[in-house]
Design a protein around this ligand. Structure first.
Ligand SMILES: [Zn+2]
Length: 423
C-alpha cells in the first residue's frame, strides 16, 4: 500500500501559509489590545511564518518608526462572493447572470481590497450560490497564488425550502439557490456533513426571516427551522468539531438559535433584555454588522419601512449588549455592500458612535474576534507577541484619539509577507 510521507500528510491537513523571508518591523508605537497598552519604539521579529522573540539572521527591515502598529484586523462577517445587494434585484442579477468563475475573479479582487485595508483575516459567512468557492479562495490566498487575507470559510451557508433567495420567480422555472437548503432533522444533519466534506471551517445558518413589528411594539420574525432541525444542525456541527454562526435578527431567531447552542449571533439587530441575558450567561458573542445596515436601510425601506426602523433598534441593541458585557466581535457584512465603494473599517466609527471606546472597538477586531475564531495553523490571531501569526498593520496618527485613521491603513504585513508599505 502506498503511503504519504508524514510531513506531506501534515501539509495537506493544515495548509499553513507559505513561509516568507525573515523580517523585522520597527514600529514607532505599538498598540497591544490584550493589555490595552501602548508601547513605543518596538521591534516585531518574524521568522517567515510567525512572530518570534528575537530577530532572525538576515532579516529584512521594514521601517514603520513614523507609524503606529497594531495586530492585523479581523472582519468576522463578510461575503467575498457578493458585490453589494442593497436590493433583491442586485442579488438576483449576480446569482443569475454571473458565472461562478467570474464571481470568483471578483471575489479575488475583493480579497485584495480587504487586505490592503488592513483586514488580514476574514470569516466569510456564505458564498450566496457559489458553492465552496470560498474554500478555493482560502487556498489560493494561503498559498500566495493571489494576494488575499486568511479566510475562515462557511461554504454555501444553510437555509430551508422557501426561506432564502432566489424567490419570487415562476414555479415553472428551476432557479438557483443562494443557500444549501435542508428540511427535516436527518436532511439537515446530512447537509452539515456534506459541507464538512468539502472543507468548511464554520457552519452558517439562517435562523430567521420576515422581520415585523408586533402589536405591543416589539419585534418578531419567522423561525426558518423547527427546534428539531436547528438542534440537529448544531449537534452535528459540534460533533464534527465545527462551530455554528447564526444569522438572527429578532428575538424569534435568537431564542431558537440560543436554545440550539449556536456559537455566534450574526447581525442581532433586535436584542431584547431576555436575549442579552441569555447571551451573557452562555458567553455567546455577536457581530453587529452596522455598516451594511447603514448601506441597505435607504434602498430597502422604500419598499419595506421595517428597514429604517431596524436602524434605531440596532443602535439600542448594541448599547444594551455592550452595557451588559456581551462579547462584540467586529463584523461588517462586507459584500452586502460593495467592496470597492466602502471601506469595512467604517465599522469602527459606527461602534464608537454607538458607545464603545476606541480601545473596545479595536479589541473587537483583534482580541475578541480572535477568541471567536480560535487559533490559525500559523499562530494565534489578533496579537503581536511571540507565537502569534505574523499579521500587522500600521496607521498614521493615533487610533485611540480617532478610530477614523483605521480607514487609511498605511502598511500591511500578512502571514509574514509585506503586502503594503507607506508611500
Ligand atoms: Zn451576511
Amino acid at each position: 500500500m502506498r503511503r504519504f510521507p508524514r510531513v506531506f500528510a501534515f501539509l495537506l491537513l493544515a495548509s499553513p501559509p507559505l513561509a516568507a523571508d525573515p523580517l523585522v518591523v520597527k514600529c514607532g508605537k505599538l498598540l497591544d489590545p490584550a493589555t490595552r497598552s501602548v508601547r513605543t519604539n518596538v521591534t516585531v521579529a518574524i521568522d517567515g511564518r510567525g512572530i518570534v522573540a528575537a530577530a532572525p539572521k538576515d532579516a529584512k527591515v521594514l521601517d514603520l518608526s513614523a507609524f503606529t502598529c497594531l495586530p492585523g484586523l479581523i472582519d468576522a462577517h463578510t461575503h467575498l462572493l457578493l458585490q453589494g445587494d442593497a436590493t433583491s434585484a442586485e442579488y438576483d442579477e449576480q446569482v443569475l447572470k454571473e458565472s461562478t468563475p467570474y464571481r470568483a475573479l471578483r471575489a479575488a479582487a475583493a480579497g485584495k481590497t480587504a487586505l490592503e485595508h488592513g483586514f488580514t483575516t476574514l470569516r466569510d459567512m456564505g458564498t450566496e450560490g457559489a458553492g465552496f468557492t470560498d474554500v478555493d479562495l482560502k487556498r489560493a490566498f494561503a498559498l500566495g497564488i493571489l494576494p488575499g487575507p486568511r479566510v475562515v470559510t462557511s461554504g454555501p451557508a444553510m437555509g430551508t425550502t422557501g426561506s432564502y433567495p432566489l424567490l419570487g420567480f415562476s414555479w415553472e422555472r428551476k432557479m438557483p439557490d443562494g443557500v444549501l437548503k435542508c428540511d427535516g432533522a436527518d436532511d439537515c444533519r446530512k447537509a452539515v456533513r456534506y459541507q464538512v466534506q468539502f472543507g468548511v471551517d464554520w457552519i452558517k445558518l439562517y435562523a430567521d426571516r420576515s422581520y415585523y413589528r408586533t402589536p405591543d411594539g416589539g419585534w418578531a420574525s419567522i423561525a426558518n427551522y423547527t427546534p428539531e432541525e436547528i438542534g440537529a444542525i448544531v449537534d452535528e456541527a459540534h460533533r464534527l468539531r465545527k462551530k455554528v454562526a447564526s444569522h438572527s435578527m429578532t428575538p424569534t431567531g435568537h431564542k431558537a438559535s440560543l436554545a440550539a447552542g449556536v456559537d455566534s449571533i450574526e447581525h442581532g439587530d433586535v436584542l431584547d433584555e431576555e436575549t442579552v441575558k441569555a447571551m451573557v450567561a452562555k458567553k455567546v458573542p455577536y457581530c453587529p454588522t452596522i455598516t451594511v445596515l447603514d448601506f441597505v436601510r435607504g434602498p430597502r425601506s422604500k419598499t419595506n419601512p421595517v428597514w429604517d426602523q431596524l436602524w434605531k433598534a440596532s443602535e439600542e441593541s448594541f448599547r444594551r449588549a455592550h452595557k451588559a458585557g456581551v462579547p462584540i466581535a467586529f463584523g461588517t457584512d462586507a459584500g452586502g455592500f460593495d467592496w470597492d465603494k466602502r471601506n469595512q473599517a467604517e465599522e469602527f466609527s459606527f461602534m464608537v458612535a454607538h458607545g464603545m471606546t476606541p480601545w473596545e472597538a479595536i479589541r473587537s477586531a483583534t482580541t475578541v474576534a480572535a477568541d471567536l475564531l480560535g487559533p490559525s495553523p500559523d499562530g494565534k490571531l489578533g496579537c503581536l507577541d511571540p507565537g502569534c501569526a505574523a499579521d500587522l498593520v500600521a496607521v498614521a496618527g493615533d487610533p485611540l484619539a480617532s478610530v477614523k485613521v483605521l480607514e487609511d491603513v498605511k502598511a500591511v504585513v500578512a502571514a509574514g509577507k509585506v503586502v503594503k508599505t507607506p508611500r
